[in-house]
Write a protein that binds this ligand. Structure first.
Ligand code: XMP
Length: 604
């Protein structure tokens, strides 16, 4: 197997470490993720170390630190955000709570442009910040090489071999971030010999070694991850030695269960067991409306079905390994070797499977890859483009896109809130009218889950107006976490929410609306441009139009940690709206103009 020069990424929590590892691989360098507790001895082979960001403070009692011995290894080190603070703190500098919380876009003034870290960069670079604490004093010998308006110590060179930066180079919002990372890798003098072709070749060897003469039982959803896993396993082991289980929970899109089955068969999945669970799942969800409870029920049901099927199949752990299409966000690394500790809910953990995990009898060939890499591997393995570019679809499926309600959930002081909102809109020079909806959806604000109301804006506006006003409203009006734009020209005078749960009829209506959207964006060639396009059913009617409403939620994203709502051509949006309004039982159609944060991609 090919030996690679390695960059170690020390994980201080959150998803930053994985994103950094992905970016390092994009630069053709192999990377490994280690927990903050890694021992220095285990890093003896690495050519460079990157300390990731994380959500903590170095002053918290439990704030993760790393072994200061890391700085004695002599290899280049780059600390990013929290990693930058940990490094400064351990090397003798000071970190304090910042007076200004800096979040989002900032301008970095590079004060030492000849620094190796900034080769090829501009004097001023747009960077992405997200911090509260900041460095306020440097250890001896260190110097500032870049500052932003609110962060003097935004970039530090400790000793021409160790750097700390307060901003995130790994996110796309730092346009020259990859260049800076590339510069750091140059300083590490690593060989750039990691490639996906090499990965596939190495992985096939690993799969053969790990399986020996055993077969693999693979949980398959029809999504790109599990399909690519199937293909790579089959490439390594040959047809017939991989057995797939696809659980149709009845919360799929229109005709999707059937399509998944057909496409899997088309690519050679012959050993496929399909479990029809629709009635069972809906029965378990009867009368439930609370998002987390719905998710838990769906997750539990998955486990129950798997338990049933694995028991029926009577898999002997001595003859079978369990395969899973886990990818990096589902993987928590430990001890330097990747062990999938957190597996998607629908993949774990019947007792028999747990036992297999304990015994190391689980195989997850793409657990270190990122969605873009998985897609590239899929293409290399000959997967048809329709499957490669399928939009991500959540495990609980339409279950989390079909909002349920016991009845209206009114915002306190709705009348005053609407008055304030409308005054604000006028002050902003907009002729839009605001209406707060008597229901809630899930969002993420300050890294914490929120469950708040959407506001709908009706009237004439262009994309630039909507883009500007949306964050202003959610920043100022704390009862809100989502902003919608009304796609039907009628002003909203009245709203009504009726009790609604997960029923076949409601799911069918949602499936029809979703199918219209899916067909339109496919015909318009927008499938690639839009990263994901949830279509949501909410039990709300307006004015004298009975029925329920549909929300269109197209987003652009790279890794789903952050997302922008996608602006699609008005004529296309109108075309979809007219078709959806023609469906019996649809009251109106909204367009979700919320970024993430503050709104999550899904509504629940
Ligand atoms: P949110 O709604 O949290 O979603 O912004 C981020 C991404 O994750 C997907 N998602 C899920 N995927 N099981 C999954 O496999 C789940 O339970 C689940 N919930 C959300 C979501 O579709 C988006 O791509």
């Amino acid at each position: 197997m090919n030996q690679h020069d390695t960059i170690a990424v020390i994980d201080f929590g959150g998803q930053y470490a994985h994103l950094i590892a992905n970016r390092v691989r994009r630069l053709n360098v192999y990377s490994e993720i280690y927990p903050a507790s890694v021992k220095v001895e285990d890093l003896a082979h690495v050519k460079g170390i990157i300390l990731s960001g994380g959500p903590q403070s170095v002053h918290e009692e439990n704030g993760l630190k790393c072994d200061p011995g890391i700085f004695e290894l002599g290899v280049p080190v780059l600390g990013i955000c929290y990693g930058h603070q940990v490094m400064t703190h351990l090397l003798g500098g000071t970190v304090e709570s910042g007076e200004v919380k800096e979040y989002g876009r900032a301008t970095l003034d590079i004060t030492e442009s000849e620094n190796p870290l900034f080769q090829g960069c501009n004097k001023q670079e747009q960077v992405w910040m997200s911090h509260f604490d900041e460095v306020t004093n440097l250890p001896a010998g260190a110097r500032i090489i870049g500052s932003s308006e609110d962060c003097k110590y935004a970039a530090i060179d400790f000793d021409n071999n160790r750097w700390g930066i307060q901003f995130h180079v790994e996110v796309t919002h730092t346009p020259n971030g990859l260049k800076m990372l590339d510069n750091f890798l140059n300083a590490c003098k690593v060989e750039r010999n990691w490639s996906l072709d090499q990965f596939i070749e190495d992985e096939i060897t690993r799969i053969k070694e790990k399986t020996g003469d055993k077969n693999v039982f693979l949980l398959i959803s029809g999504g790109v991850d599990s399909t690519v896993t199937f293909l790579i396993l089959e490439k390594a082991l040959g047809a017939g030695r991989v057995y797939g289980l696809f659980v149709d929970h009845g919360l799929m899109r229109k005709d999707e269960g059937q399509q998944v089955e057909e496409s899997l068969k088309k690519i050679g999945v012959t050993n496929l067991h399909v479990y029809q669970g629709e009635e069972e799942f809906l029965e378990a969800l009867k009368g439930k409306y609370e998002p987390e409870e719905k998710r838990r029920i769906i997750g539990d049901k998955f486990l129950e079905v798997q338990r049933k099927v694995t028991e029926e199949l009577n898999l002997n752990p001595d003859e079978w390994l369990l395969g899973q299409g886990t990818i990096y966000p589902d993987t928590i690394e430990s001890g330097g070797t990747a062990h999938a500790d957190k597996i998607k809910t629908h993949h774990n953990r019947v007792p028999q499977i747990e036992e297999l995990i304990k015994q190391g009898k689980i195989i997850e060939p793409i657990k270190d890859l990122y969605k873009d890499e998985v897609r590239a591997v899929g293409e290399k393995l000959g997967l048809e483009s329709k499957m490669v570019w399928r939009h991500p679809f959540p495990g609980p499926g339409l279950g989390v896109r079909c909002l349920c309600a016991e009845g209206p959930d009114n915002v306190p002081n709705a009348a005053q809130l609407e008055l304030d909102l409308n005054t604000f809109l006028t002050e902003e020079g907009l002729t839009l009218v605001a209406k707060v909806l008597p229901l809630k959806s899930v969002g993420v604000q300050g890294d914490v889950r929120s469950y708040r109301h959407p506001v709908v804006l009706s009237g004439q506006a262009d994309w630039a107006d909507l883009e500007a006003i949306s964050p202003k409203l959610t920043n100022r009006f704390l009862d809100l976490n989502r902003v919608l734009y009304h796609l039907n020209d009628t002003p909203i005078t009245e709203t009504q929410v009726t009790p609604a749960y997960l029923t076949q009829d409601r799911l069918n209506l949602l499936r029809e609306a979703d199918a219209i959207v899916h067909q339109t964006i496919t015909e318009e060639g927008l499938l690639r441009e839009i990263w994901q396009f949830p279509v949501v059913l909410i039990p709300l009617s307006i004015n004298d139009r009975p029925g329920e409403s549909i929300v269109l939620r197209p987003v652009s994203s790279e890794e789903a940690m952050t997302a922008n709502f996608t602006e699609i051509d008005w004529s296309i949006a109108r075309q979809m709206t007219d078709k959806i309004l023609a469906l019996p039982g649809v009251s109106t159609v909204f367009y979700d103009i919320t970024n993430k944060p503050p709104g999550t991609i899904e509504w629940e």
